[in-house]
Design a protein around this ligand. Structure first.
Ligand SMILES: NC(=O)c1ccc[n+]([C@@H]2O[C@H](COP(=O)([O-])OP(=O)(O)OC[C@H]3O[C@@H](n4cnc5c(N)ncnc54)[C@H](O)[C@@H]3O)[C@@H](O)[C@H]2O)c1
Length: 480
């Protein structure tokens, strides 16, 4: 029986391995992690992450050929194929701080593999890593090899949170990079054989190691760049009376451009886009490519601009002050159908409003009060370290309360800010909400989910990103 061990039981390791186990009953899959709480949660009925469809998949194979364990060394030493899916945060100090990837967790995983292995291994990079990481990993492993042979493969993960199970069941492509030597090609084939249990052969792409590593960074940079492009356009739409949804629709009809990923919003978030672009920028700089680095830097700058612009809109619309005013925050996760808050634009928007002394009442159907308080008190990039290594938030932010539902969050509020596109925000009883709010009652829709006309008919003053401005807002330009 082929044995797979995955180091890192997070948003990528957990779902990816569950889907492999489901489709490959003849393979034993063990997911290991240094976090005892995370592994206990995987072994309970309350999984540590929320992802539609994940529960059902895990239920079918947990205890059959899918296991979660903290006994890392045992399972690594027994495995034929080792996936490494650990955090690769942005460095916060030293060389490349604020840009380069921190490979501390990766390196310690590699050293541990070298220490405990007694048989040949295929080591698969599942984490997103800088191009050429495989070379460093190879050096660590072969330097301590005791005659054991290692083959390093790059198999970056392209799943999107919120649709992870769907993406893993029917991936657009599976990418496998490896050495172009007889042993390298054999390792590529072994990993191909795993995916071939359910992925059609023409969707499995093989490349050299460096192309695979760089393709992941490139794909995330292209995706984020599309969002920053449409968000930049949204500012121009507001200035000119154009409607960004109509512009996106018209632009997306061009088959060379395509309709996906063209929704204007308060900004992109998530654990990957910013981190991976910063990493790309750093690699470009290290290779003397200043113009290329600056080009990609702009994608992040526009994203920061969009979040600031939103905060300025809120404050300037409400007579230039939100001091002491209650603002209901609808949604905190970085997108719908996930409880993940890493780099969510809600953090920057909330911090901006708190900076102007607002009182916030935050509601999100999947994010806990503790997580929200941690996010609002944590230093930049601290979130991307294993949970047990993150600083605890000793005291919560006083001006922040957490609400059980949208109605509680909006009660007596002066304004609502919609920051996540949860479906339930489309069908709220906005008449009831309006009746319970202070007047004038404002809605700032950062995700373009509400029916603007309907809300204006009720009496709300509505701001919707990139849409023709409410007459109220016309003389209150929000310049970031
Ligand atoms: N989240 C996504 O949507 C996504 C998508 C594609 C790729 N990625 C990439 O995948 C990687 C993992 O991302 P994630 O979202 O799953 O992160 P995560 O923080 O959810 O999970 C990583 C896990 O690794 C564990 N870990 C760290 N060092 C370890 C060690 N030495 N031994 C054992 N366990 C260790 C941590 O405790 C944590 O549980 C990152 O490189 C990320 O960029 C993420």
């Amino acid at each position: 029986m082929v044995k797979i061990c995955c180091i890192g039981a997070g948003y990528v390791g957990g779902p990816t391995m569950a889907v492999i186990a489901l489709h490959c009953p003849s393979i034993e899959v063990v997911v290991v992690d240094i976090s005892v709480t995370r592994i206990s949660a995987w072994n309970s009925d309350q999984l540590p992450i929320y992802e539609p469809g994940l529960n059902e998949v895990v239920k079918q194979c947990k205890g059959r050929n899918l296991f979660f364990s903290t006994d890392i060394e045992k399972h690594v030493s027994e495995a034929d194929i080792i996936f490494v899916s650990v955090n690769t945060p942005t460095k916060t100090r030293g060389l490349g701080a604020g840009k380069a990837a921190d490979l501390t967790y990766w390196e310690s995983a590699a050293r541990m593999i070298a220490d405990v292995s007694k048989s040949n291994k295929i080591v698969v990079e599942k984490s997103t890593v800088p191009v050429k990481t495989a070379e460093a990993i190879e050096r660590i492993l072969t330097h301590n090899s005791k005659g054991i042979k290692y083959q390093i493969l790059s198999n970056p993960e392209f799943l999107a949170e919120g649709t992870a199970i769907q993406d893993l069941f029917k991936p657009d492509r599976v990418l496998i990079g490896g050495r172009e030597t007889p042993d390298g090609l054999k390792a590529i084939q072994a990993l191909k054989d795993v995916y071939a249990h359910w992925v059609p052969e023409d969707r499995i792409i093989t490349t050299n190691l460096w192309s695979a590593e760089l393709s992941k960074l490139a794909a995330n940079a292209f995706l984020a760049q599309r969002i920053s492009s449409v968000n930049a356009m949204s500012a121009l739409c507001e200035a000119t009376g154009a409607d960004v949804s109509q512009v996106s629709h018209a632009v997306g009809k061009d088959s060379r451009i395509g309709p996906k990923f063209l929704n204007a919003s308060v900004g992109f978030g998530g654990s990957c886009f910013q981190k991976d672009i910063l990493n790309l920028v750093y690699i470009c700089e290290c290779n003397g490519l200043a113009e290329v680095a600056n080009y990609w830097k702009q994608v992040i700058k526009v994203n920061d601009y969009q979040k600031n612009r939103f905060v300025n809109r809120v404050v300037s619309s409400m007579f230039n002050t939100v001091s002491g005013k209650k603002i209901g925050i609808m949604g905190f996760a970085f997108k719908k159908d996930t409880g993940d808050t890493r780099e969510t634009p809600a953090i920057d928007v909330c911090k901006g409003l708190l900076g102007d002394k607002a009182r916030l009442s935050i509601y999100d159907p999947q994010v806990t009060a503790d997580q929200i308080q941690r996010d609002l008190t944590m230093n930049k990039f601290d979130w991307d370290h294993p949970i047990h290594l993150q600083p605890m938030s000793p005291t919560g932010v006083k001006q922040v309360s957490i609400a059980w539902d949208a109605y509680e969050a909006s009660k007596d509020a002066h304004a609502l800010c919609i920051l996540t596109e949860w479906d339930e925000f489309k069908t709220l009883d906005y008449r009831r909400i309006f009746d319970n709010m202070q007047k004038p009652a404002f809605v700032f829709d950062g995700r373009n989910v509400v029916n603007v006309e309907m809300l204006r008919d009720i009496g709300f003053i509505v701001y919707s990103i990139g849409k023709p401005l409410d007459p109220w807002l016309k003389n209150m330009p929000a310049v970031a």
